[in-house]
Design a protein. Structure first.
Length: 271
């Protein structure tokens, strides 16, 4: 599933390619992926203008001139690909195709069909349960530390809770915990102030580096131009079970924590 750096990269690419364009037509090929129902969804988008593309957590957010917001969750294998004017072949597994007045097209493709598009009215609230943005000014050490207080859940599981901190998934939780030398099984609230500080800094550092590298392509992720990211070449633990830890030389292990694969170093990340 695309995480914060991947979604941020996609949103930036879409902003460059599509901001200011008027929507001419929307074709829904798989009704279950859109809300409201396909006919109304397409009618409301037709004639509207895309003002801005951004991100909230793992959601791509299209802000429209009408005041409506188109919110896209890519889930496991969703892709948003821009196609030049004159393109006749649709992306494979395209579920929704948006055509702009100048002929440019946006394909929402998803082989597993888990991704969703939701058109939100101006008065509707859709992100009330999306947590703190870890690359925002609001993500201070004190706020982060306060979120940890009293929490008995393993710190790795805590980092994946989108109601607490938005955008962190399995890749970057593993990488940040390795960077901060913290055992992923440790109860979140038990971390000392020093470890909390290290983890707070590691979260920001890892995410910023991944954004600079345009995300991590280990499975299906590509950006709005169909290009892969580069951060997979800098991963220290994720997906590297059996390889040597670049810090201590011991083997990286993979364990399962609350049904999620977790990669870490038993030597560097002692309990």
């Amino acid at each position: 599933m695309p995480e914060l750096p991947e979604v941020e990269t996609i949103a930036r690419g879409l902003q460059r390619a599509l901001a200011g364009k008027q929507i001419a037509q929307t074709t829904v090929r798989l009704p279950k992926v859109v809300s409201p129902e396909p006919g109304r969804f397409a009618r409301l988008l037709e004639g509207d203008t895309l003002e801005e593309v951004g991100r909230r957590g793992k959601f791509v957010v299209f802000r429209l001139r009408s005041g409506r917001t188109l919110v896209v969750h890519l889930r496991m294998t969703g892709r948003l690909i821009v196609q030049a004017a004159g393109t006749t072949d649709a992306q494979p597994y395209t579920n929704v195709l948006v055509t702009f007045a100048d002929g440019v097209r946006l394909s929402f493709a998803d082989v597993r069909q888990f991704g969703r598009m939701r058109l939100v009215e101006p008065e509707e609230t859709w992100a009330a349960e999306v947590g703190l943005e870890p690359l925002s000014d609001d993500f201070t050490f004190e706020r982060f530390s306060g979120l940890l207080d009293g929490r008995t859940t393993p710190i790795k599981v805590f980092l994946l809770d989108q109601r607490r901190i938005a955008g962190i998934g399995n890749i970057y939780a593993c990488e940040a915990l390795w960077d901060a030398r913290i055992d992923p099984r440790r109860p979140a609230g038990s971390l000392s102030r020093e470890r909390r500080r290290r983890l707070h800094d590691a979260i920001r550092t890892v995410l910023e580096r991944a954004v600079e590298m345009r995300g991590t392509s280990v499975d299906d992720y590509v950006d709005a131009e169909g290009l892969k990211g580069g951060f997979q070449n800098q991963l220290n633990v994720y997906g590297r079970d059996g390889s040597e830890c670049v810090r201590c030389g011991r083997a990286i292990v993979r364990t399962v924590l609350v049904q999620r694969g977790t990669w870490w170093c038993r030597t560097c990340q002692k309990r």
